[in-house]
Design a protein around this ligand. Structure first.
Ligand code: ATP
Ligand code: MG
Length: 426
């Protein structure tokens, strides 16, 4: 009889475990699985978190089977009574559970290596739905299972990420790769800063309909976080070569629509881009920070090799520290306030001359929640960058969000001012 095989195009993930419904544990397995499935051109279309409840899990699993070519369940394969995944899947698929002596033996050996006897309850982990393929677990007792359910495929994997991940890797290069289509998903991530999500959307929207009807069609997702907008372009195609031209042209169109606010199209972060610009021009940088407390310098130095261009920095939180370490005159602070453009410029100039760097960048602001005034509300930040030409650029911005978000957005804007200054060729 010819084997009926459906090429796998869509998948659902069901993360099982009551702890995942609480407030202390997050389902991260589905993130990993989504990425690995995408590498095979299998799209994750829905994911569910289910507690250790037989009836509800059976219900969720049945519906997933109706909708997706592949259903991956994670967790609930342990030996205890509340681990129900194996039993529920077997019941829904109407497959008898049969003890596999070789699994019993393997679990016994695992315990024996630590000088222990296998507890009787672990026998449950050796139960295999009839016809299922057993997936070896190198890092734990619960084996995984792969079940052909008609034209669909069901995969059961243990919950602990360090057990699940190598098992999934083996499936991705083995059984799942054989069952995937010849097509793969290719993604380009475009990073934008200095604009709100709706401004980006407005500028890019006219392109969407063109991309949807292109061949191959390009799908888009826009993700907003404070200080950064991500535009994801995804193409399904049989080879990377077939997508290159389409993604390159779409990326160029985004650049045309948005201009210099697009800062990365190749996966590099803002701090990496700034570092690469400095290095390629043999320039050095130094940082003076008040409200960001060192975050900007920390981000610059997150990049390996940043000692090529980072000279150092000063966190000058108090007015006295601004005067003592950055040579900002006390009169200037008295006249304009510590959060002001003249003080930001003086800080940038102070660190630049103090370290003899080519570029000086400075941040001074009110991160909150206290300290705001009607004239300078919480979130007001003055940012200055002095370039190799000795000229100062300075801006005052009002950032939304709490303390941590204000600090991040201020560091983002500081890095971006340096980037824009450098690409302008100063
Ligand atoms: P075990 O044999 O270890 O009991 P199991 O398959 O029963 O395996 P669980 O008991 O459900 O796994 O989970 C064990 C551990 O894995 C827990 O610490 C749990 O928080 C973690 N875990 C389970 N599911 C996930 C998930 N979806 N994402 C991240 N961690 C998870
Ligand atoms: Mg569990």
């Amino acid at each position: 009889m010819a084997e009926m095989r459906l090429a796998l195009r869509t998948a659902e993930v069901i993360a099982v475990g009551s702890e995942l419904l609480g407030w202390t544990r997050v389902d991260t397995n589905s993130l990993f699985l989504s990425e690995r499935l995408a590498s095979l051109g299998i799209q994750l279309t829905l994911k569910t978190v289910a507690g250790d409840d037989r009836d509800r899990l059976a219900d969720v699993f049945r519906h997933a089977l109706d909708r997706a070519d592949l259903v991956v369940l994670t967790g609930g394969l342990g030996p205890t009574d509340d681990d129900v995944t194996r039993e529920v899947v077997a019941a829904v698929l109407e497959l008898p559970l049969i003890e596999d002596p070789s699994i019993v033996e393997r679990i016994e050996r695992r315990f024996a290596r630590r000088g222990l006897r296998m507890p009787e309850i672990n026998r449950r982990q050796a139960l295999v739905p009839k016809g299922a393929t057993v997936l070896e677990n190198a890092n734990g007792t619960a084996p995984g299972l792969l079940i052909e359910a008609g034209v669909r495929v069901v995969v059961l994997l243990p919950g602990p990420p360090r057990e699940l991940q190598p098992m999934m890797e083996a499936l991705v290069s083995g059984a799942l790769a054989e069952r995937a289509t010849a097509e793969r998903l290719y993604r380009r991530v475009i990073l934008i800063t200095g604009r709100s999500e709706s401004h980006v959307e407005e500028a890019v929207q006219p392109l969407y309909s063109r991309w949807r009807t292109a061949s191959p069609p390009i799908e888009t997702t826009i993700l907003a976080s404070p200080g950064q907008i991500e535009l994801h372009l995804t193409v399904r195609a049989p080879s990377a070569a077939a997508t290159q031209a389409a993604l390159a042209s779409a990326t160029a169109q985004v650049r045309d629509a948005i201009g210099d606010d697009v800062f990365s199209t190749d996966g590099r972060s803002l701090e990496e881009i700034v570092g690469d610009l400095l290095r390629s021009r043999h320039l050095t940088i130094a940082v003076a920070e008040s409200c960001t407390g060192g975050l900007l310098l920390s981000r610059l130095t997150d990049i390996a090799g940043s000692s090529d261009y980072v000279l150092g920095g000063v966190v000058a939180y108090s007015n006295a520290a601004k005067t003592q370490f950055l040579d900002v005159s006390a009169n200037l602070i008295a006249a304009h306030g510590a959060v002001s453009e003249p003080v930001a410029v003086a800080m940038a100039e102070g660190i630049r001359s103090g370290t003899s760097s080519d570029v000086g960048v400075a941040v001074t602001g009110i991160a909150g929640p206290g300290g705001g005034t009607p004239q300078k509300p919480v979130g007001t930040v003055a940012i200055a960058a002095v370039g190799p030409d000795g000229l100062a650029r300075v801006r005052t911005l009002l950032f939304p969000g709490g303390r941590a978000l204000v600090k991040f957005q201020a560091s983002q804007e500081g890095l971006d001012m340096v980037r824009k200054m450098l690409i302008a060729g100063c």
